[in-house]
Design a protein around this ligand. Structure first.
Ligand code: FE2
Ligand code: FE2
Length: 340
């Protein structure tokens, strides 16, 4: 018998050192989360099962196809990183022995985000007739410029993953939740707009589904915040304020326009992107106009501010959309807890 074996020496084994990744327990305290989990099953959808047969890609010009694919590519910079981001958070809920419905809700978010990523991939593949916007060979002059834009977006988005992996063990779930909530509010906002404005039935339905998913994600964050924030460690508040500012800078790239001092992009980036947006809009793919984006983003921020105010968490100044608050400077890509 190996000398490591102990079962013959005692009735019950010693305590398992914690944190042990698996909780052997299914406590259920937060009824709201149980409801959201049930809804996630009821509302499950399959990107492949959307009405793809109604989408006649040939009816669009190559410039239009490239412009619309560019928007999906921009979205992918956020949505394609969401599955691993939430998978990492899901593991944390197990390590921390979170109650059962919290674990399930995070599982559902991970799955949903995988769906959103699938949708981006299917749309891009159909529009470009190529499964990868980075190795795609552009067909038009605008397409060439957009290809370069996409490469720069990809480069920028690639800079935060290492930082995130360091942040997850370091921060309390409570801190992570404020960042998640911010992403979800942002996401829910944009998808509802896109669903309302897009003329192509396929995209309309996709956006409606994604928007509904994001609404659930938002509700999950709110429920956990309501549970935890009243007893939150005050040292976390300053971190949250900084994270909100960081989230603003990061998510502005898709919700508004990428702030130049934070995103590392070529000079004509915005000009090219605006050109593509105008062409996509003309083709019935209703990306909001600059002023509309600004208004929406501001409304989303004020929404988040309303939540954080309740818990006396100072809101950062966001002068870009006219919100005053605490000055937060010196934010690096490494500080980002990215979500969408
Ligand atoms: Fe998403
Ligand atoms: Fe989400």
């Amino acid at each position: 018998m190996s000398k490591d074996k102990i079962a013959h020496t005692m009735e019950y084994p010693p305590q398992t050192p914690q944190p042990n990744v698996y909780p052997l327990s299914w406590h259920r305290q937060t009824a709201k989360l149980e409801e959201i989990w049930d809804a996630s099953l009821r509302e499950a959808w399959d990107p492949k099962a959307l009405p793809w047969d109604t989408f006649d890609v040939e009816s669009y010009s190559w410039e239009e196809r490239e412009a619309i694919a560019y928007w999906w590519t921009l979205l992918s910079v956020f949505d394609a990183s969401a599955p691993p981001v939430f998978a990492e958070a899901l593991i944390k809920t197990y390590e921390e022995h979170e109650e059962d419905p919290v674990r399930r809700c995070f599982f559902s978010v991970t799955r949903d985000e995988q769906n959103h990523e699938q949708m981006c991939g299917l749309a891009i593949t159909r529009l470009l007739d190529h499964p990868d916007p980075l190795t795609y060979e552009p067909k038009t002059e605008l397409g060439k410029q957009l290809h370069r834009n996409a490469a720069w977006l990809y480069y920028n988005g690639g800079r935060y993953w290492t930082g995130y992996k360091h942040a997850v063990p370091k921060y309390d779930l409570a801190v992570l939740f404020s960042s998640f909530l911010m992403g979800e509010i942002a996401a829910a906002t944009i998808f509802h707009q896109m669903a309302a404005g897009c003329s192509e039935p396929l995209f309309k339905e996709a956006f409606r589904n994604i928007g509904r998913d994001e609404g659930r994600h938002m509700a999950i964050c709110m429920a956990v915040m309501e549970r935890d924030y009243p007893k939150m460690d005050t040292s976390n508040k300053a971190i949250i304020t900084k994270q909100v500012r960081a989230g603003y800078l990061f998510l502005s790239a898709v919700l508004f326009e990428p702030p130049a001092d934070f995103w590392d992009l070529p000079d004509n980036f915005i000009e090219v992107q605006r050109q593509a947006e105008a062409i996509a809009r003309e083709a019935g793919f209703q990306i909001p106009e600059y002023e509309q984006k600004k208004e929406n983003w501001k409304a989303a921020m004020l929404n988040l501010k309303g939540v954080l105010d309740k818990y006396d968490i100072p809101f950062p100044a966001i002068p870009e959309v006219g919100i005053s608050g605490e000055e937060v400077t010196d934010i690096q890509m490494e500080d980002i807890i990215p979500v969408f």
